[in-house]
Design a protein around this ligand. Structure first.
Ligand SMILES: NC(=O)C1=CN([C@@H]2O[C@H](COP(=O)(O)OP(=O)(O)OC[C@H]3O[C@@H](n4cnc5c(N)ncnc54)[C@H](O)[C@@H]3O)[C@@H](O)[C@H]2O)[C@@H](O)CC1
Ligand SMILES: Nc1ncnc2c1ncn2[C@@H]1O[C@H](COP(=O)(O)OP(=O)(O)O)[C@@H](O)[C@H]1O
Length: 314
């Protein structure tokens, strides 16, 4: 198992150069947030932009509930926070089934701030289409379970916390809980027990896994395994996982071609997202709030690049 560091992450961070333009630098598509959780859409967009990317496209969930309590729609909330974001050229429901084709982005982030119980049939079909296409996909929160329903054709990485990981473990038929994991959630499994479990789930699903927590483990079906942390416990606050998902989405989109050629690269990228997330946390003070964390990402990126200024993008 490799201990992942900011130096290693710097080696895999894509810098723009004179030949860059917004499309060639990486386009990330977001299918995040919902009427129930519009804030998650904002946090994923904010984190993706602040990680450094050419373009973020936001796709509202198909057939989502109407906004309640006077809240804005997730798309309106994203636009207010991040006017750089681009939205579908026409509303969904025009007969095409989806406003954007799967190739509208180099990579996709799906699921943060969504509730699987409220996902419409059209939305589920749209995500399954993404998972059957070649662009890499990050699956988070409410979309994690879809990894069990789709063949592993798109290179993909899942970002469960320990509770979500246990659900995936059970649903994939691996048993009640991994060896060395106590029933009591407060008792943290040892590093090796976390790593063994992450590797076993990655192999079973044929997808990479970033098991989040104080220690985060990035594991791939091919056997790559990296640990980072312990991260600052001030990260234990709502929305920081959405920030991590947006950050990882941007790293994947800026390496989409390389990931298509070698899906194992999702392991190092996931490990890099975890260390960059904690570096941003270190700059966000204490206590941390999720939006402050996202806003601290550029400082963490500058610090990271500063550790290895001459490196070429991987
Ligand atoms: N501003 C927003 O819009 C926010 C939206 N969020 C979204 O809210 C949705 C549901 O998240 P919830 O937090 O309600 O549900 P979770 O899916 O996080 O929790 C489900 C179950 O897992 C347990 N659990 C949570 N964290 C755990 C951990 N680290 N170890 C072990 N067990 C753990 C919980 O106690 C619960 O029983 C997700 O889609 C998420 O993305 C959250 O990210 C919070 C912020
Ligand atoms: N005690 C802790 N110490 C360090 N990091 C933590 C701790 N608890 C949570 N985190 C980190 O905070 C983030 C929480 O993500 P998640 O549970 O998905 O929250 P949310 O759904 O509210 O965004 C993850 O990146 C996780 O690694």
């Amino acid at each position: 198992m490799i201990r992942w560091t900011l130096d290693r992450a710097a080696d895999r961070f894509a810098r723009p150069d004179a030949s860059s333009d917004k499309y060639r630098r990486g386009v990330l598509g977001l299918r995040t947030g919902s009427a129930a959780y519009p804030g998650a859409a904002v946090l994923t967009a904010e984190a993706a932009w602040r990680t450094g990317i050419g373009l973020v496209r936001y796709a509202p969930q198909l057939d989502d509930d109407p906004p309640a309590l006077g809240l804005p729609s997730p798309a309106a909330a994203v636009l207010a926070a991040r006017p750089e974001t681009v939205f579908p050229p026409r509303p969904a429901g025009d007969g095409s089934g989806d406003a954007w084709s799967t190739d509208a982005a180099d990579a996709w982030l799906v699921g943060s701030g969504t509730d699987p119980a409220r996902r419409s049939f059209a939305e589920r079909e749209a995500v399954l289409r993404l998972l059957a296409s070649p662009a890499p996909v990050v699956l988070d929160a409410g979309a994690l379970g879809l990894a069990l329903d789709a063949p592993a054709s798109a290179p993909s990485v899942l970002t469960p916390h320990r509770g979500e990981f246990l659900s995936l473990w059970r649903a994939s038929g691996l048993g009640v809980r991994p060896s060395g994991w106590a029933e009591d959630r407060e008792r943290l499994p040892a590093e090796t027990a976390l790593a063994d479990a992450a590797l076993a789930l990655a192999e079973r699903l044929g997808r990479s896994v970033l098991l989040k927590g104080s220690l985060s483990i990035a594991a791939t079906p091919g056997g790559f395994c990296a640990v980072s942390g312990p991260a600052t416990p001030w990260l234990a606050t709502a929305g920081t996982g959405d920030v991590l998902a947006g950050l990882l989405g941007a790293l994947v989109a800026t390496h989409a071609e390389q990931v298509r050629a070698d899906p194992e690269l999702l392991g190092p990228l996931a490990a890099s997202a975890a260390v960059l997330h904690d570096a941003a946390a270190g700059r966000a003070g204490a206590p941390i709030t999720a939006l402050d964390l996202a806003r601290a990402i550029p400082g963490a990126v500058s610090e990271m690049i500063g550790t290895n200024p001459g490196a070429q993008p991987a």
